[in-house]
Design a protein around this ligand. Sequence first.
Ligand code: PMP
Length: 444
Amino acid sequence: TSSSEALLRIGDRHVTKGIGRLTEAIITKGEGSYVTLHDGKRMLDFTCGIGVTSLGHCHPKVSKAAAEQCMSLVHGQVSIAYHAPYLQLIEKLLPVMPHPSLDSFFFWNSGSEAVEASIKMARLFTGRQNVIVMQGAYHGRTYGAMALTKSKTGYFDGTEPLMPGVFTMPFPYWHQLGLSPSTSEEELVNRSLYQLELLLVQQTAPSRTAAILIEPVLGEGGYVPAPPSFLKSLREIADRHDIMLIFDEVQCGFGRTGKYFASEYSGVRPDMMVIAKGIANGFPLSGVVTRKELNDRLKPGSMGGTYAGNAVACAAGVACADAMQEDHVLENANERSKELFSALKSLHESPAVGKHILDVRGLGLMVGVEFASPATLPYDIGYSADTPKSMASRVSRKCIDKGMYLLTTSIYEVVRFIPPLNISKEDMAKGCQIFAEAVEEVPV
Ligand code: PMP
């Protein structure tokens, strides 16, 4: 086999330039909260491969279940016959759904595909075309999902025309409303809802609007939890007009926020929930969950896909659900979350670097730190697709130099913490230490 250097040369020359990459390295092994690189360097992984390996890399129970499934059945085609892991996974997920009415499952491979499936269903259920999404939303890379993504133009520039019928309203995040960072939550929610009401009067009549799609915690768009009152109002508005309310829990689901699903914080029941990422700890698996009355209206043959609900991925998903319970993962996530928040808050309050931090926010182990910069002034987001973010990118880079992967969000000066939910107290402390050093050392 070729040396790592030779492989990296292949990467440089032959891998699509369309993929942005944080580092030129080859990950050779993943174990719990760490990955090992080709040169032997061990990195603390506070990204979980963008919120996927929530139980840590190669969780023994998950890897074992997948390996065993590999020896009995890799590919079952659910359009031909069920395979047991598909049904066992549903059996495991039913009791953890945020609402008992969410009881009908369609499994897919990626988040994008599942988001698109939810839109397809919303159109079928309502007979209407249009979809309302949030400013800053990220729903994926495929054509439909790209049309629903509003976090930065770089994701779709030059690829238009996209799927028509998509309308955008502001998420209650001060940047998007041109308000100051100290604006009250109530005001943000009111302003955002006012824009929705306008949208329904001026641009997409309720009788044409199939769905409102929202991430209960805005992910790529800045790691901002939706206030519960906002989600409750969306529910009321959706009910008033028979619009489907769809929650994209691709990134915030499966314990990421300290509850199994982020919507539990508001108690709001969506008509459909999109799930992926943490569901199978790295095996490609996603899904749409809806309720029986809606599910019963789908015509056989209207949904499907070759790999949809792959047997190995579903077996991994079953093991993940077991591990979540057996290893008390939510309890750990909530304990570590307190430690993370307290470390970040003390950094925020420190005389030396506190002034560079504008906000520390999030739920559970989905936490964003927003830096103060010219970009935080109202009406000046200080960022274009061509200018690199300053503070957030440099802090992320510095953390990488110090042995920890830490991501930014798509725009704004935000870094995001997405460590494994079962991370140890020691590794959490180590990550917080590396971050504090990086913030102190990065020149402003
Ligand atoms: N929705 C959300 C909220 C996401 O965070 C992502 C991925 N970052 C997606 C959808 C798309 O998922 P995938 O990359 O698996 O297509």
